[in-house]
Design a binder for this molecule. Structure first.
Ligand SMILES: Nc1ncnc2c1ncn2[C@@H]1O[C@H](COP(=O)(O)OP(=O)(O)OP(=O)(O)O)[C@@H](O)[C@H]1O
Ligand SMILES: [Mg+2]
Length: 321
């Protein structure tokens, strides 16, 4: 079976006054039907921009300048604005970190969910409201027939996130992109929302792209993982392989900075030294080389390409060439 979604060599650049920001610079990954793909990496490495590109939500001065995004036999980078609108929210939906950015404060929850059903399915007002209430119930919102008439600010943070998940699912999408869906919530609510997402994914038989900087979230929800650094994929692997045998030194660094994996350091986490480079001014060779504990001469000069290594993972690192 071909993957549900396949990014190949995707490039998204921003033309700014300071120069060209290569936010996404040749990213390839794929999502299999019914699977959850984790996208991890430090802040600024291009996770959100690559996901927004899938829905063609990149605005000026940003532009998709290369690559392809294949979904159900069509290249989403090439289809018309009218065509992408039929995909957006319908076949591919998105859940954001902050529900208030996605929910409109001046309309009721029910109105917003029902509107999507009317727009994409041509349902009557009553049918659309019934679908909204049913979905709100599925995502665990109590008294959905009453809540459907409430405004976003009347719901707690956790309930708002549930409402956004309902909105993302109501049209039974093939793919849900979740961008840090639990980061803004407190810890107990985070766990509930993650459980809900796993349950809903099964029920709706959808695929998920889970964008997160939290490897705990990855362990709990993902089948496969891509690790991004400075606008590129540096490793992609099955989740078990990634945790058991991380190949790229950057992946190892990320894993070593998880609290539970570092008991011997008495609570002091090992951090990856240095900072993510500016995407306007990337280092030569491998972009990670100035921070890499295993750096060699070749790393400073030439960019490694993605290759299969013996763990089964694919990684871009001179250690495995
Ligand atoms: N409108 C824009 N104009 C210029 N640069 C941008 C714009 N939007 C994003 N970028 C840059 O693109 C790069 C990738 O950003 P992106 O938001 O994808 O990072 P991220 O991996 O999602 O980070 P985070 O974990 O903080 O959400 C960053 O360097 C960011 O500054
Ligand atoms: Mg982001």
């Amino acid at each position: 079976m071909p993957p549900l979604l396949e990014l190949s060599g995707l490039k998204v650049y921003f033309n700014t006054q300071d120069g060209v920001v290569k936010a996404v610079d040749g990213v390839s990954y794929s999502v299999d039907a019914g699977k959850t793909l984790g996208v991890v990496g430090e802040s600024g490495c291009g996770k959100t921009v690559s996901a927004m590109a899938i829905l063609r939500l990149i605005s000026q001065p940003g532009k998709i300048v290369g690559g392809s995004i294949m979904f159900e036999g069509q290249d989403l980078t090439q289809i018309s604005e009218g065509e992408i609108r039929k995909v957006r929210g319908n076949k591919i939906s998105m859940i954001f970190q902050e529900p208030m950015t996605a929910l409109n404060p001046v309309f009721t929850i029910g109105n917003q969910i029902a509107e999507a059903v009317r727009l994409h399915r041509g349902a009557s007002k009553q049918e659309a409201y019934d679908a909204a209430i049913k979905t709100l119930e599925q995502v665990g919102i109590p008294s959905p027939a009453k809540r459907v008439h409430e405004y976003p600010h009347q719901l707690s943070g956790g309930m708002r996130q549930r409402a956004m998940i309902a909105m993302a699912l109501v049209l039974n999408p093939r793919l849900v992109i979740a961008d840090e869906p639990t980061t803004a919530l407190d810890v107990t609510i985070q766990a509930q929302i993650l459980d809900l997402m796993v349950e809903m994914k099964e029920q709706y038989d959808a695929s998920v792209i889970m964008i997160t900087h939290d490897l705990g979230v990855v362990a709990q929800t993902c089948d496969d993982v891509v690790v991004m650094y400075a606008g590129q994929v540096v490793e992609s692997a099955n989740v078990k392989t990634l945790f058991a045998e991380p190949a790229h030194p950057y992946t190892r660094g990320l894993l070593e900075s998880i609290p539970s994996r570092h008991k011997e350091s008495h609570g002091h986490l090992k951090e990856i030294k240095g900072m993510v480079p500016s995407p306007i001014d990337l280092p030569t060779g491998c972009a990670f080389h100035p921070r890499c504990p295993d750096v060699m001469d070749v790393c400073k000069e030439k960019m490694p390409t993605l290759k299969k290594c013996k763990t089964g993972a694919t990684t871009a690192c001179w250690l495995y060439e």
